[in-house]
Write a new protein. Sequence first.
Length: 175
Amino acid sequence: MVVAEDDPIALRIVAAELEAAGCQAVTCSNGIAALEYVAFGERLDALVTDVHMPGSVDGLFLATEVRALRPDLPVVYLSGRPVEPRHMVPGSRFLGKPYEIGRLAEIVRSVICAGADGREPVRASWSFRLEAERRFLVRGDGWRRASAGCRRLSDGLIANAGGMKVRVRKDGGEA
C-alpha cells in the first residue's frame, strides 16, 4: 500500500504500524510522489494519505486522482482536522489524528477485506492498463521548483503480438 504523509515522523509511525500488521508500506513524503508511484502501475492494495499536505497535491486531490486510475482502491484519510465527507472519495474511511495505536491497521484490514465500497473483496490490483503517453511542451525552468525528485529510467519493448505490447521499464537495478 502507499502511504502519503508530509510529516517525516508521522510517516515513519504510520509505516511502522502497517508493517507490524503485515502490510508492505511504500512511503511517499508528498502527494506528487504518491501519485507518480500509483501511475507507474505498481501493485497496490490501498492508499493511506494525510489530508493536509503542502504543494499542489493534497490528500483529497491525491485520492480523487488515484481513484480515477483505480476505481476500486480503498482509501483511508488521516488528519488532525475534521474533513467533510462530501470532500472525500466514495467508500473511503477517515481516521482523526491522534489515534490509538492499532486503529489504523484495523481500518486498513477492514477496507481491504470488505472492498472500497463494502460490496465485494478488493482484488490484488496489478494495473494492466492501456498505455497512455502524454507529451507537454515545457517552456522555461520554472517546473524544476515543483519537482519532487529525479530518477533515471530506461525501458524497452520486448514483445509485440496481436495488438498487445510488453514493455520492461528499468529503474536502477529493478525492472
